[in-house]
Write a protein that binds this ligand. Structure first.
Ligand code: BES
Ligand code: ZN
Ligand code: ZN
Length: 458
């Protein structure tokens, strides 16, 4: 993929970028009236009315294409410029007026395509950044989010726990972070009974990836991601349609890794730890079973009601380990429940938190950076749904209702009073929108990064 952005110095002598003018839908009539009669006729015959997503070439007096006008809804979002890279012909473009960072980011994110297994037919257009834009920062955002998308889009055969661990180790290495990985039977020896149980039936051993970065005296932040590289459902096997897209069940891990990469590349003054339990929820003779009781890292015993509620199991060991370190804040991302998708749909991240100010701060950050999150309640009244007759808790509630909430309440048992946010995400765009191509997606990443930046960058 060519770089989405260029700077003036990338243009060769005499090479000119095609200017783009944004026209607000509500300003269209006035703008049209300011054009020459010939241009007006051309614009009207092109049916351009400056609605969002529309664009139109303007012609010079000799009839040659000279510049582009694009419709704009007047909001600042990824969509302002995010649809243009693949709508415009290949080449360099520039903006005729100021654009903010979010709009410029939309261009970069709109250039993404997944090309690991086939050459894509179209090359996205390139944008010459305004001189006051921070091209390094934009590159860091685009790289982090493209990494998340690539990891999710890669099929399981090439994105098993060992591959995910290699990807994480490579990010750590590039950023000068420490990386420790606990693999297979060592998980049992160190007390991670749940991660081991979920992942032991796979040919590719389960593992816990543990990355640390930053100065020891900076505030400790821990990011955690559900790394289920494929979720067959285990013995409580999923249906064919339910299983079809479960390569994306490591979307939480990908998002946490992308967030970590962004934090490190942007040198946020925090001490960062990243924990990824990476497993395949597979079926074999040694698979864990409904009714089994697991010993988890903080000593709680868990009766397995359903082996398809595996995400909360791998997360509970990681959350307990994180809690032991007493961080200032911990954040987990997980493609955890179908119930969260019923509640808020595929395009909004469901958020749970034990800290109101934290949840409000992330919600506001999400609004500002076009990364929608919606808080849901950790309703104590549903806790009884996790009661077990033989262990401290079951992994999956007895009731068919409130599945996202009971999953979050299960996680809360491993968190104590550490300030904590849990994101139950789709991790996937089910349709292409400007700046958001169909396929793997980082959801909640920008909201959290912006929140952290506000809080920790003086
Ligand atoms: N990975 C799934 C959840 C999921 C399904 C996320 C579809 C996004 C789209 C998770 O491991 C799962 O299977 N959850 C079950 C839990 C149930 C067995 C208690 C669910 O949500 O149905
Ligand atoms: Zn599952
Ligand atoms: Zn799952």
């Amino acid at each position: 993929m060519p770089d989405p952005y260029l700077t003036d110095s990338d243009l060769s002598d005499g090479q000119a970028a095609t200017p783009i003018t944004l026209v607000k839908t509500s300003d269209f009539d006035a703008w049209l009236a300011s054009q020459s009669t010939a241009q007006q006729q051309w614009i009207q015959s092109s049916k351009f009315a400056a609605t969002a997503g529309q664009h139109c070439w303007l012609l010079s007096s000799s009839g040659a294409p000279e510049s582009v006008v694009a419709g704009w809804d007047g909001e600042t979002s990824l969509a302002t410029l995010g649809g243009l890279p693949f709508k415009l012909a290949e080449g360099c473009y520039s903006l005729n007026h100021p654009a903010d960072e979010l709009q410029l980011l939309g261009w970069g994110l709109g250039c993404y395509q997944f090309s690991r297994y086939k050459d894509q037919e179209h090359t996205p257009a390139q944008l010459v950044l305004p001189i006051d834009a921070d091209s390094n920062r934009l590159d860091n955002f685009v790289r982090a989010i493209s990494l998340v998308r690539d990891l999710i889009n890669t099929p399981t055969a090439d994105m098993l726990p060992s591959h995910l661990a290699d990807e994480a180790a490579q990010v750590a290495d590039t950023q000068g972070a420490e990386c420790r990985i606990v693999v297979g039977a060592d998980l049992l020896a160190e007390g991670y009974g749940a991660i081991h149980a979920v992942g032991r039936a796979s040919e590719d051993a389960p593992r816990l990836i543990d990355i640390t970065w930053g100065e020891a005296d900076h505030p400790l932040i821990i990011a955690i991601g559900k790394g289920v590289c494929f979720d067959s459902g285990g013995l409580d096997i999923k249906s064919a349609t339910g299983m079809r897209n479960m390569k994306k069940d490591m979307g939480g891990a990908a998002t946490a890794l992308g967030l970590a990469q962004l934090i490190m590349s942007e040198s946020l003054p925090v001490r960062l730890r990243l924990l990824i339990p990476a497993v395949e929820n597979a079926i074999a003779g040694n698979a864990y079973r409904p009714g089994d009781v697991l010993n988890t890292y903080n000593g709680l015993t868990v009766e397995v009601d359903n082996t398809d509620a595996e995400g909360r199991l791998v997360l509970c060991d990681a959350l307990a380990l994180a809690t032991e370190a007493q961080p200032e804040l911990m954040i987990d991302f997980a493609t955890l429940t179908g119930s969260a998708r019923s509640a808020v749909g595929p395009e909004i991240a469901a958020m749970f938190s034990n800290d109101d100010a934290l949840a409000d701060g992330i919600h506001q950050a999400g609004v500002a950076i076009d990364d929608p999150v919606w808080r849901m309640p950790l309703h104590e009244g549903y806790r009884h749904m996790l009661d077990s007759k033989v262990a401290d808790t079951v992994n999956s509630a007895s009731s068919p209702y409130a599945g996202a909430i009971t999953a979050a309440l299960f996680l809360a048992k491993f968190v104590d009073d550490v300030p904590w946010v849990h994101f139950d995400i789709m991790g996937y765009n089910t349709r292409t929108r400007p700046g958001r191509p169909e396929g793997g997606e980082a959801m909640g990443l920008r909201a959290v990064f912006r929140y952290l930046e506000r809080r920790y960058r003086s």
